[in-house]
Design a protein around this ligand. Sequence first.
Ligand SMILES: NC(=O)c1ccc[n+]([C@@H]2O[C@H](COP(=O)([O-])OP(=O)(O)OC[C@H]3O[C@@H](n4cnc5c(N)ncnc54)[C@H](OP(=O)(O)O)[C@@H]3O)[C@@H](O)[C@H]2O)c1
Length: 325
Amino acid sequence: MELVVNSAKEFWSELVPYWRRAEGVLAVVGLCYGGSVVVGWLWQVTNGIRVHFWSRLWKKDLVGNYGKWAVVTGSTDGIGKGYARQLASKGMNILLVSRTQTKLERVAQEIRSEYGVETDIVQADFSLGRSVYGNIAKHLQGKDIGILVNNVGMLVTPRLFCEISEDDIWAYASVNVASVPAMTRLVLPTMLKRGKGAIINISSLGAYIPLPYMQIYTATKSFVSSFTSALQVEYQSSGVTIQCVEPGAVSTNMTKFEQSFHEPAFNVASPDGFAANAVATLGYSDHTTGFWPHSIQLYALLASPRWLVMRNFLQVFEALEKKKT
Ligand SMILES: NC(=O)c1ccc[n+]([C@@H]2O[C@H](COP(=O)([O-])OP(=O)(O)OC[C@H]3O[C@@H](n4cnc5c(N)ncnc54)[C@H](OP(=O)(O)O)[C@@H]3O)[C@@H](O)[C@H]2O)c1
């Protein structure tokens, strides 16, 4: 439409109907956006309640749903031991794969006497890379593997990149990265044939934010989360559950370097408490922190500017470094 304007006043009065229409459109857009934010939040809260609380109200038949045996890597301490005990408490036989023979024997004995299930152990140092998987494969033979927990992980005490040894760089690659697809490769084909099973990959909240002083560790955890998400889509209609668990701080040997990450608190779980929560989420969420206070932390983390979070961690680790000297 052509506007015929004789004066400034006339010009503005001609524009009034257009503004009114624009106001109406903006109001509708604003309402739609506000509505979608509110619906998104409501969905997140409802889903959080379903995954972390509702899931704990129901008894799970892990043996029936997935299979008789669970394999847990890095299972003689911390989160891995928590998972092994939790799965045994649900009637699963446990194959423990870890580094120290004496600890393996002790934990296997503990699980057998406490839960009356069968156990088997494999001593394997994942930092040695490819050579350990042949022996693990032998122990898998003849077992109905229902659940694999890819838990093994290492963290060198936080330090600047140039202070990390070459050996530790390769150990990170073998333990935190390669073990996850390599162990998955050992069990997934049989699970696919049976059309059931579950693979649980333990990543970390650190997968979301590259952390200074923990630069290799957080990068390896991004790998675990990325790999797991891709597998979920590849095998979505296979009947095999593939779950990514991204915990915050858990009070284990790994977090001993800093009290605020180690001392049990609202946001620092005990290994057994964490595992009880995390196992309950299996079948309820493919992607979870495993523990509701960690989910709150994740939302706070995602809502904060990334540079600010990274700078805060830098300050924390610089202060720790100063304390040492
Ligand atoms: N703790 C946390 O706050 C936290 C947070 C997020 C994610 N995570 C992840 O959770 C997983 C478990 O961590 P955690 O805190 O429970 O660790 P942890 O307490 O240090 O326990 C690690 C377990 O893995 C075993 N292990 C370590 N290196 C190994 C190797 N090279 N070969 C074979 N076994 C090895 C250890 O065996 P030994 O007993 O022989 O040492 C131990 O059983 C890791 O993937 C970690 O990245 C932990």
